[in-house]
Design a protein around this ligand. Structure first.
Ligand SMILES: *[C@@H]1O[C@H](CO)[C@@H](O)[C@H](O)[C@H]1NC(C)=O
Length: 241
């Protein structure tokens, strides 16, 4: 019983603390220092850049991608644009999990910060699967945590926070070697607290806007509660973030 429950709904109360901060904190004391410390790893990341051009082509030619690109209200970026170089080796998408047969493309991001709406395209390679060829739920949890934080952080007073609670519902397994779309939207934000809903779906050529956010049966559903600890404002003054 406990096992079944664990399989379907996982609540990760502390996971995001490390991730949210590690992912988005500015390299400190400075980037040069961080690079010296991690020279070996840094090089590994650079040489691992093997974009799956077939996947990128499939995504960029899709109607949904074209719709998002033409949407004046969406800012487009790649994940690597957002992460300071000194942090890439530690970053989930850009360091630890990046590379051939893992996260095989630089995730493509569309964000409207004020509206609190986010869409990200990933490709989950075959090495991210378990023995049954399904993507590990832990990996999905990390990606959801990271993306939902990214969507919600701009709503917090210091633009940074920590995950107080992440609830995940796994409706269906995702086969390894799949292109997926993550959508997230801020449901509620007030003061130092923000609630974000997210969905993860296997990419489908039929996906179009605006239906994407209202998908009835996504593979994974998530709810993330972010808070900004009171002491964060002092860090902000010191320009650590
Ligand atoms: C976000 O969307 C709103 C409309 O919903 C628009 O007014 C605003 O300019 C957009 N923001 C950006 C940064 O594109």
């Amino acid at each position: 019983m406990a096992f079944r429950l664990l399989n379907r709904t996982v609540v990760l109360p502390t996971l995001g603390f490390g991730l949210g901060v590690a992912t988005f904190m500015k390299a400190w004391p400075d980037e040069a220092g961080a690079i010296t410390l991690n020279k070996g790893k840094q090089n590994t990341v650079e040489t691992q850049v093997l974009p799956r051009s077939d996947v990128i082509q499939k995504i960029t030619e899709s109607r949904l991608y074209q719709q998002l690109r033409q949407d004046q209200n969406m800012q487009q970026s790649r994940q690597s644009d957002k992460i300071p170089a000194g942090h890439k080796p530690y970053h989930v998408g850009q360091g630890i999990l990046f590379g051939k047969d893992k996260l095989e493309i630089d995730p493509l991001i569309f964000l409207n910060e004020t509206e609190g709406k986010l869409t990200v395209f990933y490709h989950l390679g075959k090495d991210l699967g378990n023995e049954k060829g399904e993507v590990h739920k832990g990996i999905i949890s990390l990606l959801m945590d990271e993306a939902l934080c990214y969507c919600g952080f701009p709503r917090l007073p210091s633009k940074r926070g920590v995950t107080a609670k992440l609830s995940l519902k796994f409706n269906r397994d995702i086969p390894a070697d799949s292109t997926v779309i993550l959508t997230a939207s801020v449901r509620e934000s007030k003061g130092r607290k923000c609630i974000i809903d997210g969905n993860l779906q296997v990419y489908n050529e039929q996906h179009v806007l605006p239906g994407l956010w209202g998908e009835k049966e996504p593979h994974v559903q998530a709810e993330c509660i972010l808070v900004e600890p009171k002491w964060f404002k002092y860090f902000r003054r010191l320009n650590m973030f």
